[in-house]
Structures are given as structure tokens and as C-alpha cells.
Design a protein around this ligand. Structure first.
Ligand SMILES: Cc1cc2nc3c(=O)[nH]c(=O)nc-3n(C[C@H](O)[C@H](O)[C@H](O)COP(=O)(O)OP(=O)(O)OC[C@H]3O[C@@H](n4cnc5c(N)ncnc54)[C@H](O)[C@@H]3O)c2cc1C
Length: 474
């Protein structure tokens, strides 16, 4: 690569920052110089990652942790020298509860996302009816699907475990992660492991028990032992990236309006038009962030690509954080949080007991709760005004947790159009989108709209886009 190449990255979330970091690593490794400019519309970096400190509470107002089983975020943390900042979920209470008829009940021990791995806890659980339990047990005898076609979460769970398992536990657990409508959510694009277990073992229960033989889990809900965060919040990761990228140019408060093929007389170049009417010339571009935003940027150069990008739909969410003194809450808080089936018709879709899950989130004698609202099943909820949102969150939490007094303070974060909804057939659409993108040398796209929505996926997406762009530019 020539010494004078310049690159523009659009979007300063974890994807854009990971792309900038990887480009810088490649430049050092291969001994060339790059001029990198990262353009961000907000007045801060991090995108949906944002840590707030208030009255001794530490609040991650968007994502609050990431999984270690997908290695890319952990690898980045190590390269940034942040390993000593990592903390794991507390060992006590690694479980979740579910709302059933307005009451909080424990999700049976060993019930992980979609499938029970232990018999007794399910048999003795009041969450399911006798018929529902029998139907779940029949999963062991239902032959595996013959074809490898994508399937919705709802169709898969009903086929293998029955409607009750879907409605009472799986829908709310998965909604807490993907905020999606189960009838639409692609299993192949989100949790392919379950399809693979079916193909390999003929039964999910048999597969999970066989693969987890040596793991003595008392967890329920998610495998909480696989989650980590950073002591001072996820903002630490963003600040470390910003420090490491001291040599690149950050343009905050700058909104990109459009991307065009460039005017330079060199072989290939691009023009980035800003909202203020000015433009910048560049050799290569990485557009990050929600793909529906990327769609509007590339429409002028490739309407087909834009259509493919805007086919990935997004849902909005709101998180209400509530700070309490411990003695304001009657419930023992002996779990990491609760999920709420849509059939319960409540205001919130899930709540996280943040200071039970991780140390250092609330001062001694206090508790930090997070209530999640919105997603594909409650599209209007995040649009409500602040007063309404807090009242709606408080109504449910007061009911579930026996709270009768007002929180010390609340903090609301809204994340419009931030959660990508991977519909059945998503991976096939993304393959076609990538083929179309291949026609534009020097243009790369990355973000949570394509091959994974979690932080590790976004790190990988940003880094892959950087590597592909480096190849593009020779
Ligand atoms: C509430 C919430 C909770 C979550 N919880 C978790 C979790 O616990 N663990 C986990 O792994 N994942 C979680 N996720 C998912 C994960 O955090 C996101 O998918 C990921 O952080 C997205 O990063 P990104 O950089 O692709 O996009 P973003 O963070 O959205 O960043 C994109 C950036 O691009 C900027 N931008 C967009 N268009 C333009 C433009 N035209 N010009 C200039 N700038 C532009 C935006 O301002 C934004 O800052 C959560 C997501 C949300 C919303």
C-alpha cells in the first residue's frame, strides 16, 4: 500500500473503532503510513456503548457486558492491555426469573435459552403445566429435521418443545437479547448452535447434555458464567481505543449525508459529503453502524445495494435505570434479573438487577435495576415521554419486587433503530449484499446488521472490514 492512502471510517461505535484499530495495526505490521479519519455524528465516541457515573452508581446505559465464547472482543481487550480490568458475573445467583401470572418465578435450573438440560428442576417447576412438561420431554423422541433450511425461532421451538415452552420462557428470554418477534427471527443467523445440535444429536436436550457433560451448571436463563464486563464500565474499552488511536483524526458532531464515487484523477477514489455541505476525498471508506443508515449513504452510487441494506430492519428500545436503597426492595433479588413473556401484557420486556450481576455498580446498601422496554414486540414504547416511561417501569418493578417507595433517581436511555432484526433467510440476503458490495472496490460495510449483533460480532465485523479494505487498496 502506498504511504499516502487515506481512509474515512463513518461511525464511532465499537465497529468503527475496531476497524480503525485494525487498520492501524496492519499499517504498523506492514510498515506503511495511513491517514485515517473517523467521522461520528454524536459528540462522543462509543455509539450505543456509554457509561454514566452518578451518585456512586456506575451505569452502562446501553450494553453492559459481552460473551467470552465469541473470542473477538476478548482478543481486543487483551491487545489493549485491559485484561486486569475484566470482571466476571458474580457467582451467587447466576440465574434468571420469569413472570408468570404477574408473579416472579425462577426459571428452572439448567434451562438455558431454549432447552432444559436437567429433568427434576423442570418437573418441579410451577412455570409449566403438566402437559407442557410432557411435551418438552417428548423432544427426546422427535426426529431431527432432514433439511438444513433456515427456520424461525418460533417454528423451531414449537416443533421441538411445544407452544408452552415458547410462550412461557423461550420468547421472553430471546426477546431480552434480540428484542425480536419469534415468528420472524432467523435461527440460523442468531443461534445456529441449536440447529447444529439437532442435526448432530437428533435432539437438543440430548445434545446440550452431551456437550455440557462436564459442566456442572446451576445456571438458568443464559450461561452467565460466559459473560464479562470491565470494572469501570464498557466505556473503558472505548476510551482505551481512543487513546490507542491518538494518531488518527476524529471528527465528532459531524454527520455524513452521502457517499459518492470520487473525482480524483487517481484510479479509484471516493467523496464523502457532509451535512454542512462540505465534502472530503478519500481512497477508501468503511461505513459502520446500523445498515439502514448505510443504505441512505450509498443509494446514490448503488440503489440495489441500498435496497439490500435497508431490507435489514431495526427495532428501537429504551432502558430505564433505577437506583434504590436495598431496604426499599422487599424481594430477595436472588437472581440476575427477570424476563417478561409478551403474553403477560406488561410494560417491560425484561429487567436486570445490575448490582447483583456485577460488583461495583451501586454503593454499599444500594441496588441498581435496569428495565428494558420496546423492541419489535413493543414498537411504540420507546417513543413515550420520560415521565410515562419511568411510571411504566416503576409500575411493573413495584409489583414484581415489592417496592413501595420512589427510587433515589432514574436515568433513561433511548436507542432508536439500534437492534437489528435478523429475519428468516437473513444470511442468504447478506451473501447477496456482499456480492453486490464486491463491485465497489474501496468501499466496505460493517456493523450489527450483518453477521451478529453482539459486541464481539461487531469487533470482528470492524476488523474484517479493515482487512478487506487493506486488500482492496492493495
Ligand atoms: C440497549 C442495548 C443493549 C445491548 N446490550 C448488549 C450486551 O449486553 N452485550 C452485547 O454484546 N451487545 C449488546 N447490544 C448490542 C451491541 O451493543 C451493538 O450491536 C453494538 O454496540 C453496535 O455497535 P456499532 O458500532 O455497530 O453501532 P453503534 O453503536 O450504533 O454506532 C454507530 C455510530 O455511527 C454513527 N453514525 C451513524 N450514521 C452516521 C452518519 N451518517 N454520519 C456520522 N456518524 C454516523 C452513530 O452516531 C453511532 O455513534 C446492545 C444494544 C443495545 C441497543
Amino acid at each position: 500500500m502506498n504511504a499516502n492512502k487515506n481512509i474515512i471510517i463513518i461511525g464511532g461505535g465499537i465497529t468503527g473503532l475496531s476497524a480503525a484499530h485494525r487498520l492501524s495495526e496492519l499499517a504498523v505490521k506492514n510498515g506503511y503510513a495511513l491517514d485515517i479519519t473517523l467521522i461520528e455524528a454524536r459528540n462522543r465516541l462509543g455509539g450505543v456503548i456509554h457509561t454514566v457515573k452518578q451518585d456512586g452508581f456506575l451505569i452502562d446505559s446501553g450494553p453492559d457486558n459481552f460473551v467470552t465464547i465469541k473470542p473477538w472482543a476478548m482478543a481486543l481487550v487483551r491487545r489493549l492491555g485491559l485484561e486486569s480490568e475484566l470482571i466476571t458475573t458474580n457467582e451467587a445467583h447466576r440465574s434468571a426469573m420469569v413472570v408468570r401470572n404477574g408473579k416472579l418465578l425462577p426459571i428452572p435450573e439448567g434451562f438455558l435459552l431454549m432447552a432444559p438440560t436437567k429433568v427434576m428442576p423442570v418437573l418441579t417447576s410451577p412455570v409449566f403445566s403438566v402437559l407442557g412438561k410432557l411435551r418438552m420431554g417428548m423432544e427426546l423422541f422427535i426426529p431431527g429435521k432432514k433439511n438444513n433450511k433456515d427456520e424461525s425461532l418460533a417454528s423451531f421451538v414449537i416443533r421441538r418443545f411445544g407452544r408452552e415452552a415458547l410462550d412461557r420462557v423461550v420468547q421472553p428470554l430471546i426477546s431480552g437479547i434480540y428484542t425480536a418477534r419469534p415468528e420472524n427471527l432467523s435461527l440460523r443467523a442468531t443461534m445456529p448452535r441449536f440447529l447444529d445440535l439437532e442435526a448432530k444429536y437428533g435432539s437438543i436436550i440430548r445434545g446440550m447434555r452431551s456437550e455440557g457433560k462436564n459442566r456442572k451448571t446451576t445456571e438458568s436463563g443464559a450461561r452467565y458464567g460466559m459473560f464479562v464486563t470491565l470494572k469501570e464500565g464498557l466505556q473503558t474499552l472505548i476510551s482505551a481505543l481512543e487513546d490507542r488511536l491518538g494518531h488518527i483524526s476524529f471528527r465528532l458532531n459531524t454527520h455524513v449525508a452521502e457517499v459518492r464515487k470520487g473525482l480524483k484523477d487517481r484510479s479509484q477514489s471516493w467523496t464523502v459529503k457532509l451535512d454542512d455541505g462540505t465534502s472530503m476525498e478519500t481512497d477508501g471508506i468503511i461505513i459502520t453502524g446500523p445498515s439502514k443508515h448505510a443504505a441512505s449513504l450509498v443509494r446514490g452510487i448503488d440503489p440495489n445495494l441500498a435496497d439490500q441494506l435497508s431490507a435489514v430492519q431495526y427495532a428501537s428500545s429504551a432502558v430505564v435505570h433505577l437506583a434504590y436503597k436495598r431496604d426499599q426492595i422487599a424481594h430477595p433479588l436472588d437472581a440476575f434479573g427477570c424476563v417478561v413473556p409478551i403474553t403477560e401484557r406488561r410494560n417491560i420486556i425484561a429487567a436486570s438487577f445490575s448490582s447483583i450481576k456485577y460488583d461495583g455498580r451501586a454503593p454499599d446498601g444500594s441496588v441498581l435495576l435496569r428495565a428494558f422496554m420496546g423492541g419489535a414486540l413493543q414498537p411504540d414504547m420507546p417513543m413515550r415521554d420520560d415521565k410515562d416511561l419511568v411510571a411504566a417501569a416503576r409500575f411493573d418493578l413495584d409489583n414484581f419486587l415489592g417496592i413501595s417507595t420512589a427510587p433515589q433517581f432514574t436515568l433513561i436511555s433511548r436507542w432508536p433503530d439500534s437492534m437489528a432484526q435478523y429475519k428468516v433467510g437473513h444470511l442468504g440476503q447478506i451473501k447477496m449484499m456482499r456480492e453486490q458490495l464486491g463491485k465497489h472496490q474501496g468501499l466496505q460495510l460493517a456493523g450489527n446488521g450483518f453477521e451478529g449483533v453482539g459486541i464481539p460480532d461487531c469487533v470482528r465485523a470492524g476488523e474484517s472490514a479493515a482487512e478487506d479494505l487493506a486488500k482492496d487498496l492493495g
